[in-house]
Ligand binder design. Structure first.
Ligand SMILES: Cc1cc2nc3c(=O)[nH]c(=O)nc-3n(C[C@H](O)[C@H](O)[C@H](O)COP(=O)(O)OP(=O)(O)OC[C@H]3O[C@@H](n4cnc5c(N)ncnc54)[C@H](O)[C@@H]3O)c2cc1C
Length: 235
């Protein structure tokens, strides 16, 4: 048994925002792989849950006319890894999230939950930092866009307000075209292991592939929040 006050199944983003605003102690649940563990451990016992799990507009991956890739937050990791747009343009992200937990977790856990839980160990976070991803938040006052590098404020904390829902992640064409990279997860075991250190590195090569024109480097777990290493990049 889980000690929860209620679970409300929202039908749309507006419906979820209404439910969150009407109970300031409520929280979003998406795949529930973090939330339900916190409830069971007693950390969030007795809270109200607003589920976004069945809102179609929060799932899927697409590309806009200008090449911006849009990843909806309730998209599961296995869906991300296997999506043709990710395989073609953001293979590094697909490989990074394929290192989360085991198959059952990857079929349930979402990228929105992985970023919004504020965990420095989140396997998608450092890669999203090297992609200059933008977190799109919708609240009662409207929509705001926050670069993922400015999203985190401390361990388990982000700039997201209680009554805001993450509705998308945006990755601009100039942040993936011509770039390649890799996410390396260090842990004691190969499977079902939270990262002891996560390192994401991306490079942009010249047309003749002889010169590194640009480099981006980010770590998870090295600091209380995921961090971009701008000094190292500039050096
Ligand atoms: C066995 C196991 C192994 C795991 N292994 C790993 C691992 O190797 N690497 C890793 O990074 N993680 C791991 N996790 C943690 C977890 O699976 C991930 O963090 C997952 O991505 C969370 O997604 P979710 O949809 O389940 O989030 P939920 O549990 O539903 O939510 C997590 C948090 O995000 C908020 N939230 C979710 N979606 C939104 C949204 N759209 N807008 C606003 N707020 C939102 C919730 O309110 C909550 O605070 C593991 C978990 C388990 C149970």
């Amino acid at each position: 048994m889980f000690d929860i006050k209620y679970i409300y199944e929202a039908e749309s983003v507006e419906d979820a925002l209404r439910a969150l605003s009407s109970d300031p102690s409520s929280q979003v649940i998406s795949g529930g792989t973090d939330v339900l563990i916190r409830v069971r451990e007693g950390k969030d016992a007795g809270c109200g849950l607003v589920s976004i799990h069945n809102i179609p507009e929060l799932k899927g991956i697409g590309m806009e006319a200008d090449g911006t890739i849009i990843i909806k937050p309730a998209t599961s990791f296995s869906h991300i890894t296997n999506h043709p747009l990710i395989k073609k343009h953001l293979n590094m992200l697909g490989e990074a999230v394929d290192q989360v937990g085991g198959p059952q977790v990857r079929n349930t856990a979402t990228i929105g939950g992985n970023i919004c839980n504020g965990a420095t160990s989140a396997d998608s976070a450092s890669t999203m930092c090297t992609l200059n991803a933008v977190v799109v938040l919708q609240g009662p006052q409207g929509v705001r866009r926050v670069p993922v590098t400015e999203f985190y404020t401390g361990p388990g904390r982000t700039v997201r307000r209680q009554n805001e829902v993450c509705v998308a992640f945006e990755i601009a064409r100039e942040d993936y075209e011509g770039w390649a990279g890799r996410y390396i997860k260090y842990g004691k075991r190969k499977a079902m292991e939270i990262a002891t250190l996560g390192c994401a590195v991306r490079v942009k090569l010249s047309a003749d592939r002889k010169i590194i024109e640009d480099v981006r480097l980010a770590y998870g777990v090295a600091a209380p929040t995921p961090v971009r290493c701008l000094n190292a990049e500039n050096a």
